[in-house]
Design a protein. Structure first.
Length: 252
């Protein structure tokens, strides 16, 4: 039986230096566009990676775009799910045409709303003097979702943008958009785009080709729970957002 692991990357398999334990043996894993190391794996994460890589087919399931994924120094050899599920790449790095057709339609339907929110957020940031920036993430010519981040350590500014603008905007459109926040990532994502939809599609497709599958989902964020629920088993790191909101609350 083939074993598939759908694996979130950031804050699951590696993280920025400031999030790493100070006493860890760190290994640089992901890099900025200028070549500087930005994210690191601890010794435990490296051991976990080797365990997975030895036993299963690993499929990164990430919000990263194609360029950002290429700056991750790990040997992904199979399928890849990127852009929050907006793009699926086959083992040769080619776009899955069936999925691309679906996402092209979804992107066309959502660009109006994302552009509206972008304009509102940019105006709010300027008028309120917030240390934050916002942009629409595009890949392979398609816009997928909007993301905002804080600058200069001013996390409270992103909190305010979320509370006073982006959350009310998304809550007024519950059938078409959802809001994701984890640390310095605040994203408004159209509901027609999602990791869980891409995982479901790929499980069905590979099941037809390979027969019975054992599937495992691994992620750290609450939003990852949706794609993890598509799998036979789920794993989340201790101390992650998903851990704190689920397993941490269990009291025997």
């Amino acid at each position: 039986m083939r074993q598939l692991v759908f694996l979130d990357l950031d804050d699951t398999l590696f993280q920025s230096r400031r999030k790493c334990p100070s006493d860890s043996d760190l290994h640089p894993t992901a890099y900025l566009g200028d070549g500087r190391a930005h994210s690191f794996m601890t010794a435990k994460q490296r051991t976990f990676w080797r365990l997975l890589d030895d036993q299963a087919t690993l499929i990164p399931t990430t919000a990263r775009d194609h360029d950002s994924l290429r700056r991750v120094d790990l040997p992904f050899r199979s399928w890849r799910i990127i852009d929050y599920g907006g793009i699926i790449l086959d083992p040769d790095g080619k776009i899955d045409g069936v999925w691309m057709e679906r996402m092209t339609e979804a992107s066309r339907e959502s660009i109006g709303g994302l552009t509206e929110l972008l304009d509102l957020a940019e105006t709010f940031i300027v008028h309120q003097g917030l240390a934050a920036h916002v942009r629409i993430i595009e890949d392979f010519g398609l816009p997928f979702y909007l993301v905002a981040k804080y600058r200069d350590g001013r996390e409270a500014d992103l909190d305010r943008l979320q509370r006073e603008l982006m959350r009310p905007w998304v809550e007024a459109r519950p059938d078409t958009h959802r809001l994701h926040r984890n640390g310095n990532n605040l994203a408004a994502i159209p509901r027609r785009i999602g990791k869980e939809q891409a995982v479901r599609y790929l499980i069905e497709r590979l099941g037809r080709d390979w027969g019975d599958l054992l599937t495992i989902g691994i992620g750290d964020s609450l939003i990852d729970g949706a794609f993890m629920a598509e799998c036979d088993y789920s794993i989340t790191p201790r101390g992650s957002q998903l851990f704190e909101e689920t397993l941490r609350r269990v009291r025997l």
